[in-house]
Write a protein that binds this ligand. Structure first.
Ligand code: GUN
Length: 277
């Protein structure tokens, strides 16, 4: 069994960032906007705020009613774009259906877009010249690096093609010179594709979708899924128990990719701070 301890890797990254922050003239500032009362989003936002405080960042948590209009939210973003104490702006997704999330993301200054979701930053990711890269895929790359997993020349299979995980993940792996297959909900015989993979990254939100007999001996398996079962327990998108003794490395849920996403958000905020000086 070879567990990839995201919690530990993230802790070390956060300590390194906190150390760097001590030497700065002013703390890097992150604003997080939460609209509505989605309980999962509230937990994510709380964890982001806590991580900011621990690293010595200035953190501004802005909570808005789910009745906020799109125009009011755009005005809030504009205010933060112009606030010199704020280096990073994150609008927690999903947003209520009456608000066009894409419009809100595009309104964030690309220089403060610590999620890396603005089309300008996604475009730069495609060209392999980005400064602000989406946190979850970037955090996965940091994890692979810290367990000495080389991507170059490897067969990589990404399951899921979302804007937050699958698409930028595939581009990160390509930028690292992997050979990348992206599966979506219409892909035929996903199992057969996964059997060819040296590195598998899954982010679909289907509990334990990836089975033990899909995994090649020694493959690295990265599980981005977080699913709550009826009994209250958390599981990922892969069948951890069936895979853990076959894979060369596997991330647990919780304690795998999740902590890396938060540490990478701090890393991005520090990059934005330096870029905006
Ligand atoms: N909701 C789920 N994941 C994310 C993320 O990485 N960023 C934002 N803003 N919202 C999310």
């Amino acid at each position: 069994m070879n567990i990839i301890d995201g919690k530990e890797i993230a802790k070390n990254l956060r300590l390194k960032i906190a150390d760097e922050v001590k030497a700065l003239e002013r703390p890097p500032g992150l604003a997080v906007i939460l609209v509505g009362e989605d309980p999962a989003s509230a937990v994510y936002v709380r964890n982001k705020e806590l991580a900011c405080k621990q690293a010595g960042f200035f953190s501004d948590k802005i909570i808005k009613s789910e009745n906020i209009t799109e125009e009011q939210l755009l005005e809030e973003v504009e205010r933060l774009n112009n606030n010199p104490h704020i280096d990073g702006i994150l609008v927690q997704l999903p947003l209520p259906s009456h608000i066009n999330a894409n419009k809100v993301i595009e309104h964030i200054s690309p220089f403060k877009d610590v999620d890396g979701f603005h089309s300008e930053n996604i475009g730069k990711l495609m060209q392999n010249k980005s400064h602000l890269r989406p946190c979850t895929p970037k955090g996965v790359m940091t994890m692979l690096d810290s367990v000495n997993c080389k991507v170059e020349g490897m067969n990589c299979v990404v399951i899921g093609a979302s804007n937050i995980v699958g698409r930028p993940m595939a581009m990160e792996l390509l930028n690292a010179r992997g050979t990348v297959t992206i599966c979506n909900s219409k892909t035929k015989d996903v199992a057969e594709k996964v059997r060819q993979a040296d590195i598998v990254v899954v982010g679909v939100g289907i509990p334990q979708m990836v089975k033990g007999d899909w995994i090649k001996e020694g493959a690295i398996v990265i599980d981005v899924g977080i699913n709550r079962l009826e009994d209250g327990s958390l599981v990922g998108d892969v069948d951890f128990d069936a895979i853990k003794d076959i894979a060369g490395g596997i991330t647990p849920v919780p304690g795998g990719v999740g902590p890396m996403t938060i540490a990478t958000l701090l890393e991005n905020t520090l990059i934005a701070y330096k870029q905006n000086l």
